[in-house]
Design a protein around this ligand. Sequence first.
Ligand SMILES: Cc1cc2nc3c(=O)[nH]c(=O)nc-3n(C[C@H](O)[C@H](O)[C@H](O)COP(=O)(O)OP(=O)(O)OC[C@H]3O[C@@H](n4cnc5c(N)ncnc54)[C@H](O)[C@@H]3O)c2cc1C
Length: 473
Amino acid sequence: MPSHQNPDIDIACDVAVIGAGTAGLAAERSARRAGARTLLIDDRFAGTTCASVGCMPSKLLIAAAKTAHSIGISSQFGVHAGKVTIDGEAVMERVRNLRDAFVASTLETIDELPDTAKLKGWARFVSADTLEVDGRIVHARCVIIATGSRPSIPKMFDGMKNILTNETIFEIEKLPSSLAVVGAGPLGLELAQAFSRLGVDVTVFDEGDTVSALKDDDVAKSLHTLLEREFSIHLGVKINASQSDETTDIFWSGASEGRKRFTHVLIAAGRPPNLGGLSFANTGLELDEHGTPVFDRQTMQCGTSSIFIAGDCNAELPVLHESSAEGAIAGNNAARFPDVRSSKRSTPLAITFTDPPSASIGIPAGKDTIVGISDFSDQGRAKVEGQNAGVFKVYANSDGRLTGATLAAPAGEHFAHMIAWAIEDQLTAMQLLEKPFYHPTYEEGLRPALKQICDQTRLSFGQDRDAGSSPGV
Ligand SMILES: Cc1cc2nc3c(=O)[nH]c(=O)nc-3n(C[C@H](O)[C@H](O)[C@H](O)COP(=O)(O)OP(=O)(O)OC[C@H]3O[C@@H](n4cnc5c(N)ncnc54)[C@H](O)[C@@H]3O)c2cc1C
């Protein structure tokens, strides 16, 4: 540390990482492994968003809901379980207990760092290589921004009671009687279906015209129809809200009109990047129209600066595995700066854990895309399981090479991986069809779509391995 600096205030490091979430932890680890002296900064050190208020508690709630739903529909199999009783307090207690265990394991990773490698406080830039953190000054050769995102609450709900976000909903002691969900994206729909299956009267509102951020109209329509069998979804509507006592009246108009009273409201209307207060004006970084630093997705470098950005805060692919990958790329490049190297990014993959799950994989269909479709209403295994609904679209280019898929179908999370991996391996529809398909499985449901792509690309497929759409029993 230079002699003019005060050791009580100034800290010097090679790589400072702002944010101890999934991206920040991966960035710190990767920079340290590449030989850098790191400093991990976080305002709370309270666990990653994924473990504390994101992926894990939402899946824990979905697991409870799935169990209730299975019992509720068991009579179709001749299994009569009687009336399902939901103990809402026990449901939420299990969610929190297991959630706390996931949080504890992320905190262990932070505990393992020496005290000199972590700093609690809110960081902001003083210059491109200097941060101020609650009165301490951090001098860093490189800085990685990994500050995540936060829920955005429309102004109309200011000061109202029982307005929840993903940051508060897992803390409720009892299940709400009724719940308005504002936002039909992945987060809103996962929680809407879960609460509905646990006996809550749920209604979803969205001003857009798709569900789960799906870009294919047919798949979106199919998912919308299936979910609407369980709870109401109003798309293409603008809402207004007013509070009376403990309840909230929601008025909506647009594609439909109405008014309904709710005990609770869940805001799931997007999570913008957590970049406010970082004082970018002091860095010289170029910002886009939303105020996000312009960066290279292969290096995670912001322009030619010594600043890198990873995770939800760059608003590109706000999912966990991408946050982790971006953190690792940013950390490695920050450690070796200015010798920055490009990394190959993986096939885009986004899954929503509704029932049926939906997913978007690879590149959306364009004008010249060849499309194959599988309909699950008559699929053998899906019928066996009472899950025969949903649709699967697979995309390929003119030589049959797979480029993407959109789906809302049973076992969708597994299909999504299968297609993503096939795209990574640059497989054609024909090559994927030539893989073994065990019988009777959901995977067989993919064959009609692949066969249609082969037909359209005039790549014939042997009759002995006919991939017709029948259940194939
Ligand atoms: C309800 C929900 C469900 C989800 N489900 C899934 C799922 O099933 N699968 C999936 O892949 N993804 C899911 N996600 C997304 C996933 O959780 C995120 O992509 C991931 O957690 C982002 O990690 P991150 O490191 O970018 O941000 P975070 O984990 O939020 O970390 C950012 C950290 O930076 C700190 N910070 C911010 N600003 C400053 C500052 N100026 N100074 C100091 N510290 C600061 C914050 O306090 C925080 O600790 C879900 C998200 C939500 C909300």
